[in-house]
Design a binder for this molecule. Structure first.
Ligand code: PLP
Length: 394
């Protein structure tokens, strides 16, 4: 059976229009198909491959860990060096309030853990989320996500979820002393890179303090340096009670993380114990890759580069048929005049060896989220392809 037929018939499909690129290998900013054709990666597998593909230090960390051990026990029972190394590396990046980590296997799982911890810690049930939000595809994460079309067939979802208008301060009065938690992305990703104002974020923090409600910031897409700061909440001068991370955290391996204070996280361990459990959470391979990724970010001073490269892409990509660019660091949404224009651009770019992608809920925009290690020449190449196609479409 041909590999394409196997893929289509025996691997679950999430769309009838999969891009279907047949990958042989990946290196730096390029993927290569089975015929040796290169594809410039302008999206990092949706904000994941932040250090490019096949970074030698990540490969070495993984090989070393394989030689030591793989899975030895479910999360939380044994002391494992890889988990400790990751905790140590994360501590260096976070404010002292966030000093305890629960490692899970995906972003959505980190969201599930955060919602559960909020309920158990406060004894309250109500959760506030935001219009435009995307937090993942499991039942709990879907419950606090906005897009109704993607939720309707899975009801009943979690009860007691209320949605607020994004970035509107007056809405915050709906947070009361009955609210367990407010959950939001520090910068909305799938809504097409929606950046809240500093005054909104500070008013939100203040309202949570007044009502005893816990503030959960989802940094799964916008964290890990993507916006030019280590964590996007740093742009707004606030600190959450809980933070979720994922995607780029694993440097290409699957991992999610819930960060909270030691005191808050302790609620999972008693009354009753095993408040949240997972077999593979904190697996030593993703933990090793993630710890090394954080070291690379620091030692190679990538945050500065993210800021410079983001500015450069915005300058370079500019074109008369672009309606709007929303951007922080290397997280970009580029709006065209229609959904059709976006579809045409994404598919023609692929034919010419450039990988772009859509947003889940913003059909008239496409995303750019390249590896932080992308070179100026590669940025020029990608922007050149985008311009050629937009010129043809005009
Ligand atoms: N939160 C945000 C902001 C995301 O962008 C995503 C994934 O796109 C998730 C949560 C869910 O992460 P995962 O797909 O790893 O479950």
């Amino acid at each position: 059976m041909k590999s394409k037929d196997l893929f289509q018939q025996h691997l679950a499909q999430t769309t009838e229009h999969a891009l279907g690129l047949e990958i042989e290998r990946a290196e730096g900013s390029y993927l290569y198909d089975i015929n040796g054709n290169p594809y410039l990666d302008f999206i990092s597998g949706i904000a994941v491959s932040a250090f490019g593909h096949g970074h030698p230090r990540i490969k070495k960390a993984l090989k070393d860990q394989i030689d030591q051990h793989l899975h030895v026990m479910v999360y939380g029972e044994f002391i494992q060096n890889a988990q400790n190394r990751l905790a140590k590396a994360l501590l260096k990046t976070l404010p002292s309030e966030l000093d305890s980590f629960y490692f899970v296997n995906s972003g959505a799982e980190a969201i599930e853990a955060a919602l559960k911890l909020a309920k158990r810690s406060t004894g309250r049930q109500k959760i506030m989320a935001f219009k435009g939000a995307y937090h993942g595809s499991t039942h709990g994460a879907l419950s606090v996500s906005w897009n109704e079309e993607r939720k309707k067939d899975y009801r009943p979802l979690l009860p007691n979820i209320h949605f607020l208008e994004w970035n509107v301060e007056a809405e915050l009065l709906q947070i009361t002393d009955e609210t367990a938690a407010v959950i939001l992305e520090s910068i909305q990703g799938d809504a097409g890179v929606r950046i809240p104002s500093t005054s909104f974020m500070q008013a939100l923090r203040q309202r949570c303090n007044e009502t005893g409600c816990l503030l959960i910031l989802d940094e799964i897409q916008c964290g890990m340096g993507r916006t030019g700061k280590m964590w996007a909440f740093e742009h707004f001068g606030i600190v959450p009670d809980m933070m979720t991370a994922g995607k780029a955290l694993g440097a290409g391996l699957p991992i999610g993380c819930l960060a909270a204070s030691k005191a808050l996280m302790a609620n999972f361990s008693h009354s009753p114990s095993l408040g949240h459990i997972t077999t593979f959470g904190g697996h030593p391979l993703p933990c090793s890759a993630a710890a090394e990724g954080l070291n690379i970010l620091e030692e190679e001073q990538l945050l500065d580069q993210i800021v410079k490269k983001g500015n450069y892409i915005e300058e370079k990509i500019n074109h008369p048929s672009i309606q709007a660019i929303r951007r922080k660091g290397l997280m970009l949404a580029i709006e065209l005049e229609s959904e059709v224009a976006v579809d045409t651009l994404v598919s023609k770019a692929m034919e010419r060896g450039l990988i772009l992608f859509w947003f889940l809920s913003t059909p008239n925009a496409f995303r750019i989220a390249p590896p932080y290690t992308i070179s100026t020449q590669e940025i020029n190449e990608g922007c050149g392809i985008v311009h050629d196609i937009l010129d043809e479409l005009m």
